[in-house]
Design a protein around this ligand. Structure first.
Ligand code: NAP
Length: 248
């Protein structure tokens, strides 16, 4: 009898696998039995992770947001794995600035990488999942997409857009055994948050009932669940993982 959350035989693409959360998600899904394509731009880091994971890990370097990159990445993932059953859209960037000083370039870059690129990856993967009559799309949004955050109008817009997009795709694909959900992390200790000053970190901790920043593994556990057979009846939802910081 297979154990709960067994991902044996499943084929996964994780974007941003060179980063803190993406690396933890890739480790988690691989540990549950899946074959995983690790994608990002820092090939050296991806290779280190691939060596750590061993069999069933593949590296595909891709700079998302460059014309044609998303379609090429899906095609190469299918070539490497045979198909894609689980798509984890985790790559993301910030370009923080108060709105009145936020440039068009920083607005567009964040929307392009965090939202348009994710749409293109979903669009290129859905036909494959439809054919397989099974699929899981897991989009990494942010608590900031719900609450907003001063200095992050571009980032918050991209992450809020991701939630609406995911709900729409979820409705389109549900009859074919495909789910699409978001995970909304709160503040997780990774490169993205390490630049925060001690003062801001202290303030943050005061606002988090769990009294700690999240760990990438806090997110990986939810990704394993959303990738699994056991989550088949959950779609169009956002799982908030934030130590109680925002109970929405
Ligand atoms: P991170 O360590 O900075 O990782 C970001 C990842 O995105 C890296 O692997 C990076 O790959 C990839 N990436 C960025 N731009 C890319 C591009 N143009 N093409 C390809 N890959 C690109 O940050 P993280 O904290 O793990 O963040 C992962 C996700 O969680 C992001 O979507 C972020 O918005 C979300 N999130 C994080 C937090 C947090 O507190 N940390 C909270 C809420 C949501 P390369 O470096 O190899 O280019």
């Amino acid at each position: 009898m297979p154990s709960l959350f067994d991902l044996s035989g499943k084929r996964v693409l994780v974007t941003g696998a060179s980063g803190g959360i993406g690396g933890a998600i890739a480790r988690g899904l691989h540990g549950a039995g899946a074959q995983v394509v690790l994608s990002g731009t820092r090939t050296d880091l991806l290779n280190v992770l691939s060596d750590e994971l061993g069999d069933g890990a593949h590296v595909l370097t891709a700079a998302l947001g460059v014309e044609g990159a998303e379609e090429k990445l899906i095609k190469e993932s299918i070539d490497a794995l045979g198909s894609v059953d689980i798509l984890v859209n985790n790559a993301g960037i910030t370009r923080d600035m108060l709105s009145m000083r936020l440039s068009d370039k920083d607005w567009e870059e964040v929307l392009d990488i965090n939202l348009s690129s994710v749409f293109r990856l979903c669009r290129a993967t859905v036909p494959v999942m439809m054919k397989n009559r099974w699929g899981r799309i897991i989009n990494i949004t942010s608590i900031v997409g719900i609450t907003g955050n001063a200095g992050q109008a571009n980032y918050a817009a991209s992450k809020a857009g991701m939630i609406g997009m995911t709900k729409s795709i979820a409705q389109e694909v549900a009859p074919r055994g495909i789910t699409a959900n978001c995970i909304a992390p709160g503040f997780i200790a990774t490169a993205m948050t390490e630049d925060l000053s001690n003062l801001i970190k202290e303030k943050l901790l005061g606002a988090i009932p769990a009294r700690r920043l999240g760990k990438p593994d806090d997110i990986a556990g939810a990704a394993i669940y959303l990738a699994s057979e056991e989550s088949a009846y959950l779609t169009g939802q956002t799982l908030h993982i934030n130590g109680g910081m925002a109970m929405v």
